[in-house]
Design a protein around this ligand. Structure first.
Ligand code: UGA
Length: 446
């Protein structure tokens, strides 16, 4: 069977990485976005955001002719067999998801389908609350195309589980593929495409549309819960002399029922997904008559971690007016310049409110951080210059280069060598010997 040709609507993380991933395995892909700047940049092989290996694969795809980008959705549908919808689903002010982009994209696809005779498969990959594909996308696709889902065209929901910072790796090595299908033929076609991409060893879960949609939320909410859980235990550790959450996590992680991942305690989770998806799941549960109290607490624990970090600083320094705080790392996690819901934001804002001055360094996130903080903070070009004359340093993002800093670096450059490890990357025994060292989840010295 000849490979399906693919179009992808929406050039965010999921869309671009999916496109680049398919093209790297020989599929022909047309990527569509309504932002001319994005389309021009992608056509030139310039990714609109930083992601390891993305630029290389994008340029290879463009050069080989397998990857193209366009503003013209109609042509993209006409010239391909399968379309992934990967547009954004941001939050409304009440926490529910905003489906504007999904609706307009489904409408445009529907109009394009009206002009096409050949069978076409549509796949919703954006994160959408259960019921969206069935009750919103499907009727819109049917409305203008005058075709029926299941006969005139195929329809699937296929959630994405890639992480920023390792998006290309995750795209090429998924743990599993979840396919929600409107009908067997649609599911079979997508299943076959993915088997061509990944081979036969990757597990598949095939189900209906709303279950696939719920799996995505359940997955992110579970991971967020794991983080808030370990942060809860971390906060208990801080009250018990000689305990250390990193060792507690190790002890838990060897239990195969728990596993070691997402047990890193710290200043909390950020990013474009966990906060938004936990919110959306809570809002959706409320709407259908269930108060998801566990998830509300997960959120509260997360918000408190940022406040708690500032409290640690205050406990040591007292009054913060005029104190100079060094912030190592601004992005929500390493290997990305994404500042969305980064924990640096509530921490820095709280410190500024209390009158501190902030000097910050992030290896790549300065320009995205500038759009958040503007000139309210000082940006410097190295970790060492960030430490210069500081009264206290907070490690906010665990970039690899920060792992190489030694206690002497803090001692030599800071006004007073006080370090708060918000991501648990330093060895407390080594650091406590030489500087004042505090960390999330580190019990007091007895
Ligand atoms: C997350 C999920 O991990 C992906 O599976 C999912 O596809 C994605 O959301 C999405 O829905 O698009 P991402 O937000 O890119 O991916 O990053 P994560 O690696 O999950 O980290 C999220 C936040 O949790 C970061 O702020 C990170 O610092 C924090 N975290 C993570 C912890 O505080 N502790 C941990 O043990 C792990």
């Amino acid at each position: 069977m000849e490979s399906q040709t693919i179009s992808i609507v929406g050039l965010g993380y999921v869309g671009l990485c999916t496109g680049v991933g398919f093209a790297s395995k020989g599929f022909s892909v047309i990527m569509v976005d309504n932002d001319p700047k994005k389309v021009t940049a992608v056509t030139k092989g310039i990714p609109p955001f930083h992601e390891p290996d993305l630029e290389k694969l994008l340029q290879e795809g463009i050069k080989s002719g397998l990857l193209k980008a366009t503003l013209d959705i109609e042509q993209a549908i006409k010239n391909t067999d399968v379309t992934f919808i990967t547009v954004g689903t941001p939050s409304n002010p009440d926490g529910s998801i905003d489906l504007k982009q999904i609706k307009s994209c489904a409408t445009e696809i529907s109009k394009a389908l009206a002009k096409k005779d050949k069978y076409h498969l549509i796949i919703v990959k954006s994160t959408v609350v259960p019921g969206t594909t069935e009750n919103i996308v499907k009727p819109l696709l049917e409305k203008y195309s005058n075709k029926k889902a299941g006969s005139g065209f195929g329809l699937c929901m296929n959630p994405e589980f890639l992480r920023e910072g390792s998006a290309i790796f995750d795209t090429l090595h998924p743990d599993r593929i979840v396919i929600g299908e409107n009908d067997k033929e649609s599911g079979n076609l997508l299943h076959a495409m993915y088997q061509e991409l990944y081979g036969k060893t990757t597990p598949f879960v095939r189900t209906n549309l709303p279950t696939a949609e719920l799996i995505k939320y359940a997955n992110n909410a579970f991971l967020a819960t794991k983080i808030s859980y370990i942060n809860t235990i971390a906060n208990i550790c801080e009250k018990i002399p000689s305990t250390d959450i990193t060792v507690v996590s190790q002890g838990l992680g060897f239990d195969q029922r728990i596993n070691p991942q997402f047990l890193r305690a710290g200043i909390g989770y950020g990013g474009s997904c966990f906060p938004k998806d936990v919110n959306a799941l809570i809002a959706m549960a409320d709407q259908v008559g269930y108060s998801a109290i566990l998830l509300k607490d997960v959120q509260e624990v997360n918000e408190n971690q940022a406040k708690h970090t500032v409290e640690i600083v205050q406990k040591i320094l007292g009054e913060l007016v005029g104190k100079r705080i060094a912030i190592l790392g601004l992005a929500f996690k390493p290997d990305t310049d994404d500042m969305r819901e980064a924990r640096s934001i509530p921490i820095i804002n709280e410190l500024l409110n209390k009158g501190a001055t902030i000097t910050a360094y992030d290896p790549i996130a300065h320009s995205s951080a500038f759009s958040v903080f503007g000139n309210k903070i000082n940006y410097v070009n190295s970790a060492i210059s960030c430490l210069k004359d500081a009264d206290c340093c907070i490690l906010v993002t665990e970039w690899n280069e920060f792992k190489h800093l030694k206690p002497d670096d803090f001692k030599k450059h800071m006004k007073q060598p006080i370090l708060i490890d918000g991501r648990r990357i330093y060895n407390p025994t080594e650091y406590r010997k030489k500087i004042q060292f505090e960390a999330i989840g580190l019990g007091p010295i007895p």
